[in-house]
Write a new protein. Structure first.
Lengths: 112, 114
């Protein structure tokens, strides 16, 4: 299995609070992605990174920010969590952009 | 506007028969396509991929077919096994254009009945 660790695995937070999800990889892959999975929507790309300090928006980036200060870590921040951000969040990594990506186990986030 | 479409939310197949999962895309810039399988409470796992320079790729029981003119790809599983029951996602990218993002469809839930 690809070395990807997501933390936390589960989190319940209150509306309006900031939340940071962490993705850590040991594969030294250049590309890292954050997706959310929701019923009826499949996997939707939030943000992705193609190198340290190089990030770009996906299709559902509003309300989210990301940072990548080291190759191995990609952080997803919800500045002020809303109930619509209740979801399962997946991190993925790939050596080459747009090719086979390997996913983490997911983080289930509930905003109450 | 969905760029990758999986129009069948679910599919039920008898064990031993063929499963055919379909995917359509709208962006003509896509040149690399992938299939993922996902079990509940787990992350998606990569199954098989195909480049736009090919029209078929095979890996064991799994074969992906690409019809570029129709902007359509399909995943064939032969023979289907109960352990294949999962949600299958189709994904696409503009690899040749160095775009790093993978765009996924909504998924098709496959049930293989013993």
């Amino acid at each position: 299995d690809a070395g990807i660790t997501q933390s936390p695995r589960h989190k319940v937070t209150e509306t309006g609070t900031p939340v940071t999800l962490r993705c850590h990889q040991t594969e030294n892959h250049r590309y890292m992605y954050w997706y959310r999975q929701d019923p009826g929507h499949g996997l939707r790309l939030i943000h992705y990174s193609y190198g340290v300090k190089d990030t770009d928006k996906g299709e559902v980036s509003d309300g989210y920010s990301v940072s990548r200060s080291k190759t191995e870590d990609f952080l997803l921040t919800l500045e002020s969590a809303t109930s619509s951000q209740t979801s399962v969040y997946f991190c993925a990594i790939s050596a080459l952009g747009g090719t086979e990506a390997f996913f983490g186990q997911g983080t289930r986030l509930t905003v109450v | 506007d969905q760029q990758v479409k999986q129009n069948s939310p679910s599919l039920s197949v008898q064990e031993g028969r063929i499963s055919i999962l379909n995917c359509d895309y709208t962006n003509s810039m896509f040149d690399y396509f992938l299939w993922y399988k996902k079990y509940p409470a787990e992350g998606p796992t990569f199954l098989i991929s195909i480049s736009s320079i090919k029209d078929k790729n095979e890996d064991g029981r799994f074969t992906v077919f690409l019809n570029k003119s129709a902007k359509h790809l399909s995943l064939h599983i032969v023979p289907s096994q109960p352990g294949d029951s999962a949600v299958y996602f189709c994904a696409a990218s503009n690899y040749g254009g160095s775009q790093g993002n993978l765009i996924f469809g909504k998924g098709t839930k496959l049930s293989v009945k013993p």
